[in-house]
Design a protein around this ligand. Structure first.
Ligand SMILES: [Mn+2]
Length: 221
């Protein structure tokens, strides 16, 4: 089984995942977190967070959001898993690098984390905010080169923020550098469904796009 959910923020929004425990999951089951997993946040919290997420008994794959300790994340060992480059955080917990395409149960997922923090002014650089949060040209170039290998076609797209069109026309929020960076997806990528987190609400935007927060979607394969 493959499940997808939105931001979990370490232990802060973990409770929604408790419903997975009763499902008798195995490591052949996958939970994808669409950014702000917050597992790598501080050295002090890491052992406790690993124990918490490991209690789910499934494999956890997450993209980065804007609330991640990028210094810690980037020091984790790089591995290739399910066709994608990842940081191995623990035996069954992985962080997927931006622009990678993951293959699970025959389905492909374009994974592209990162987002802009609107509360940046209230955060401390390199303690609770990292400049690496923003999506860069380099991330998009990696996505494009991986997409070229699959004819620009994937089953699913997983990002943390959404694109500028959605942010401005659907949410009426402000666009930023990271939402601009994601605008290439609708122009260039053929996909069945796009899931993203970041905005802290659950909303089905249209037939092809869903914003996730507390909801856990079971993918209908
Ligand atoms: Mn968040």
């Amino acid at each position: 089984m493959i499940y997808i959910t939105g931001d979990t923020h370490g232990d802060y929004d973990f409770d929604k995942l408790l419903s997975l425990i009763g499902k008798n999951l195995s490591y052949d089951d996958y939970l994808i977190i669409a950014g702000d997993a917050g597992i790598c946040w501080s050295k002090e919290d890491l052992p406790r967070f690993l124990e918490l997420y490991n209690s789910l008994g499934c494999t956890i794959l997450y993209i980065d959001g804007n609330h991640e300790n990028f210094e810690m994340l980037n020091n984790m060992p790089l591995v290739e898993y399910k066709g994608a480059l990842m940081h191995k955080i623990d035996e069954h917990i992985f962080h997927i690098l931006r622009g990678e395409i993951l293959t699970l149960e025959g389905k492909t997922f374009l994974c592209l984390g990162g987002a802009h923090s609107i509360d940046k002014a209230y955060r401390t650089p390199y303690v609770s905010w990292w400049p690496e949060e923003e999506i860069t040209e380099h991330d998009i170039a990696n996505a494009r080169s991986n997409l070229a290998k699959v004819d620009n076609k994937v089953d699913y797209v997983i990002t943390h923020c959404s694109d500028t069109f959605t942010v401005m026309n659907v949410f009426r929020f402000r666009k930023d550098r990271s939402t601009d960076m994601l605008s290439f997806i609708d122009r260039e990528v053929e996909y069945k469904h796009w899931f993203f987190g970041h905005y802290h609400f659950d909303r089905k935007i249209d037939k092809k796009r869903t914003c996730l927060y507390q909801e856990i979607i079971k993918l209908d394969l």
